[in-house]
Design a protein around this ligand. Structure first.
Ligand code: CP
Ligand code: NVA
Length: 306
């Protein structure tokens, strides 16, 4: 493992290795055991989109590992004024030990990895959000005691979160059902890739337009915003298109009795989820947000301590 660009690029064993290390780092942190494995190392964090969790968890994580993180807003670096990814990758590789990037195009992240000589971590693109799903898997394992054979239902937009859930679940042997309106369904190539991975792990991938069908027998119910970063101009038409895809009490009741609710956050109560679901005891969204810290520390330790 040289980079974290998508979960599809990792083997099942690499994902389990990250999850095992994340669990250990979480336990050690709570016990007050220091683990300064990245002392003297610096992570650059390039953001061309907003962030609360990703920025704070990477920065705090790096500090807990004994290193430091540099926040590089695209408004402040030359990349935002048109300097090429090629030159940026070459230059930053001379200073930094790793880069986390949140941006629009997946190809920009892939190019950074291609031309740079340091590990690149994808902190979200329009296509995928692998760090989020590692934290989600950690959370599911904590709450359900296992991943294999667990069924996750995702209701909503076929976006970056849905794509990474497809990749992540398929790799760890979890069944995944996704319900989206036809016009907002997942990228077909990603669905095919996930199905190919699922065949190897015995997981099932089910794509539908029917929320009730997707949620039946689900152990985990997941949703995300109907309007991702960069789509604000489409908000009105999206809100109309997603009627019937809200995770409310009535829909949530159709999952298993002990189903848990996940959301990557930020959440928009009253749109993709109602308060009586996200604020109820079966909702584990804040444990999920916390696990961003532990899962990403594991990723940084594996990639950057070499
Ligand atoms: N879930 C997530 O990535 O949150 P931020 O946009 O706040 O980083
Ligand atoms: N789908 C959302 C996820 C935010 C963490 C977005 O891309 O804006």
């Amino acid at each position: 493992m040289e980079h974290l660009l998508t979960l599809h690029d990792l083997s099942s064993e690499e994902i389990f290795q990250i999850l095992r290390l994340a669990k250990k780092l979480k336990r050690e942190l709570k016990e007050g055991v220091l683990h300064p494995t990245l002392q003297g190392k610096t992570l650059g964090m390039i953001f061309t989109k907003a962030s609360t969790r990703t920025r704070v968890s990477f920065e705090v994580g790096m500090s807990q590992l004994g290193g430091q993180a540099l926040f590089l807003s695209s408004n402040d670096i030359q990349l935002g004024r048109g300097e090429s990814i090629y030159d940026t990758a070459k230059v930053l590789s001379r200073y930094l030990d790793g880069i986390m990037i949140r941006t629009y195009k997946q190809s920009d992240v892939e190019e950074l990895a291609k031309y740079g000589s340091i590990p690149i971590i994808n902190g979200l693109t329009d296509l995928v959000h692998p760090c989020q799903i590692l934290a989600d898997l950690q959370t599911i394992e904590e709450k359900k005691g296992k991943l294999e054979g667990i069924k996750l239902a995702y209701i909503g937009d076929g976006n970056n979160i849905a794509h990474s859930l497809l990749y992540g679940c398929a790799k760890v042997g979890m069944d995944v059902a996704i319900a989206s309106p036809k016009a907002y369904s997942c990228n077909e190539e990603i669905v095919e890739n996930a199905k190919a991975d699922a065949r190897k792990t015995g997981a099932k991938v089910h794509m539908t337009e029917d929320s009730t069908e997707a949620i039946a027998n689900a152990d985990v119910v997941y949703t995300d915003t109907w309007c991702s970063m960069g789509q604000d101009a489409e908000k009105e038409e999206r809100v109309k298109a997603f009627q019937g895809y809200q995770v409310n009490k009535e829909l949530f009741a159709k999952a298993k009795d002990d189903a848990i609710f996940l959301h990557c956050l930020p959440a928009y109560r009253g749109f993709e989820v109602t308060s009586d679901v996200i604020d109820e005891p079966n909702s584990v969204v804040f444990d999920e947000a916390e696990n961003r810290l532990h899962a990403q520390k594991a990723v940084m330790q594996i990639l950057m301590s070499k």
